[in-house]
Design a binder for this molecule. Sequence first.
Ligand SMILES: *[C@@H]1O[C@H](CO)[C@@H](O)[C@H](O)[C@H]1NC(C)=O
Ligand SMILES: *[C@@H]1O[C@H](CO)[C@@H](O)[C@H](O)[C@H]1NC(C)=O
Ligand SMILES: *[C@@H]1O[C@H](CO)[C@@H](O)[C@H](O)[C@H]1NC(C)=O
Ligand SMILES: [Cu+2]
Length: 413
Amino acid sequence: MMTIGSTLLLLPLLTGACAAAISPANGWASKIEVFRNPVYPLDVVDKLEEATMPKIDEWMAKKITAGKNNKCTLETAAVRREWSDMSETMRQEYVAAINCLLKKPPKSDKSRFPGAMSRYEDFVAYHMTHAMQLHDNMHLFGAHKYYVWLFEKALREECGYTGYQPYMNYDRYAQDPGNSPLLNGNASSIGGNGVRDPAYKGVAQPGRTPNIIASGGGGGCVKEGPFSDMVVNLGPTAMATGAKIPKNPRSDGTGANPRCLRRDVNRNAAMGATADRAYRLLTKHNDMDSFYNELLGTPPPKNDPYPWGIHTAGHYIAAVDPGGDAMTSPGDPLFYFHHTSLDRLWWIWQMQDPENRLYSIPFVNMNMTMPMKRAVDPHNVTVDMEWLGPPIKLLETHDQLGGNGGLFCYVYV
Ligand SMILES: *[C@@H]1O[C@H](CO)[C@@H](O)[C@H](O)[C@H]1NC(C)=O
Ligand SMILES: *[C@@H]1O[C@H](CO)[C@@H](O)[C@H](O)[C@H]1NC(C)=O
Ligand SMILES: *[C@@H]1O[C@H](CO)[C@@H](O)[C@H](O)[C@H]1NC(C)=O
Ligand SMILES: [Cu+2]
């Protein structure tokens, strides 16, 4: 039986019979199925995204005329949705697909990654050994776009998932992430907070004021809901942030170290990714370098109680193990929600001025731990995903509506 809420949720608001009533400026809405959860009014970023849609529609029309869309159109594009905008059935289907990947045998090299026990952990193994490449200035956006896309493809093709990778709108959950539809621990969430571990203090943020993302009161094993029975095998590495995590038999963390998923669902982190911050990020920067630096929180914002930058904020919404370890962070399913959200923000930024922004790459990184590559011609750079998927040119990863020979063809709503 359906409740009134879920009936509303499932109602395609702007399709079918309504299409005739849509003004030409809103033509995109007749091409993309929009579902909105009425609990969450559109925030400033959602509104900016909607306001950008007609521009995206025009941009696609131009590409189609020039024969450069690789068969991708807004009508055929996959739609990545916000977690709460998906029906509860779809949310549970997503969780089931991850559980399926957790049960499938790995394809990565057993001698190199004896700790990768599943297809799910194949992705963790890649991230932990390619972290430098994935996170340098040239690759942060594009290589993660491809990485998440390959993960979504595995969910669909190997585990029968019929949706697409969800994103999280941080703003919907920032005030109380532990009671949010994403992390409240009920059957249509991705599991709950970890049990309280007084030894877990939070994540140090040297150079920022405050200089720690203080613990949100968790830190121990997740005992509620989906993934409370998940076995984490890879890691920890030297980048781990938790307390009392059993050591890996291999010094680089690639050995089998079966243990629980540990989390600290953290409001102090989430508050650094609210819609006002994302909106400022999206509207303040005409050049990629300054967009990139603000995303990473460099230089550290002053007079901001949550001065992490959205990239860091999102990662530590469920820190600890493996979520709080920069190398093994995709071991917590929340990773994919976060990097999909960053991908969405990047896309909204690009599409404000696609002619100038689609292929722009950051080259000035103020003081990050990540290495800088300035002298390389980006046209020559390839993203090699090894056991996850075929290599592609970095710039092919920049266009989600026709890149990668048209295999990339998706929008966010
Ligand atoms: C889970 O929690 C969300 C948010 O409170 C709620 O909307 C949903 O109905 C709950 N679902 C289940 C299966 O309990
Ligand atoms: C960047 O690093 C240099 C030293 O390498 C330091 O002097 C400077 O204060 C740092 N700047 C910021 C914005 O963190
Ligand atoms: C990029 O590739 C082109 C042609 O393949 C080559 O001529 C050029 O030297 C390369 N640039 C760099 C920086 O490697
Ligand atoms: Cu990463």
